[in-house]
Design a protein around this ligand. Sequence first.
Ligand code: PLP
Length: 379
Amino acid sequence: MAFNNKLKFVDLELKRLKHNDLYRKLKYGKSNESQYTINGKKLLNLCSNDYLGIPITKIKIKQMQSSSRLISGNDELYKILEEKLAKHKSYQNSLIYPTGYMANLGAISCIAKKGDLILSDELNHASIIEACKLAGAKVSIYKHNNMEDLCKKLKQQAKNKFVITEGIFSMDGDFSNLKEIAEIVEKSNAITILDDAHGDFVVGKDGKGTPNYFNVAKKIDMYISSLSKGLGSFGGYIASQNNVIDLCTNKSKSFIYTSALPSFLIEYSLKRFESDREKQRKKLENNTRLLSNGLKQIGYQINSKTHIIPINIGKEKTAMNFGEFLFKRGVFVQPIRYPTVPKNKARLRVSVTAWLSKNDIESSLAIFEQAAKKFKLYF
Ligand SMILES: Cc1ncc(COP(=O)(O)O)c(C=O)c1O
């Protein structure tokens, strides 16, 4: 197709991104356990969200797709998985969406309305930010994990008040102050919505997530998560009481007006849910300890207590150079830049998985040590 001059303005936007070191380019590769191969180069994968590294589950692809779930895409396996997820998290029911992103969009926007107030942590994920915009309620952003600010902002008048936070923050790897949040929210008769995409299946007893870890599961009114991270499958879901699930089924646009996940993915999630998740969780805990302590010993300032370990760099260009340095030596960690994180707070987001062997961790630490020497200015 010939270049269309009417779209010339797109070049200007791309130029601006490049000028600000914010341009992104897709890298095509193949993922295999702890490795990622790009153009034949084998790299240790330290940026995968397949935290539990559950061994590959074999399934037969029997059916592809039919339609949205309210039409004829609602394979009976959905019911089995939804019941298991609800029971695992101690809720009455759950509802699976095609992705975690869509679960946030759909559930938050159909429950909060004009006249309501949403209090959202300033570091909440893009899907929560977009969901809040769609909801039409007043949105008040509170400072990250700052309970004083949350309490102050909760004093605003509104019909219904919602507090939304992540369980483990995706780019900082810190836990939310969920215990305090749950208590504050309860006192003010507000509603707690938790996005636990990075805590689900990883923390708490039997991987029941951040609410279980903090012993506040009963105080979280709506639990939203992804099947694409800890469980290493695909999809998203909300777990809550029956009437909320009923409303989401009836009013969530990202649930109604889209095709259902194909049934083989539901079967895949079910098999992984039934696998020995506990063994993988223990391995992940051990790997997190090894990598985190190893980085600290080298001299990195590591504050994270979870499997998401950010190495804060600051300038976008430096983060890119840092990532490139690691890449050349066989470690794959993508630099994370604005708008995923604030400007000048670029970082390398190291994520630990149970796929990594002790040997993998030791060899990546040796490369991080070389990087620490080269970039010592920043530590
Ligand atoms: C906190 C958080 N919520 C939701 C999502 C979206 O989940 P999914 O990848 O299933 O769409 C992500 C994924 O990056 C996330 O980090």
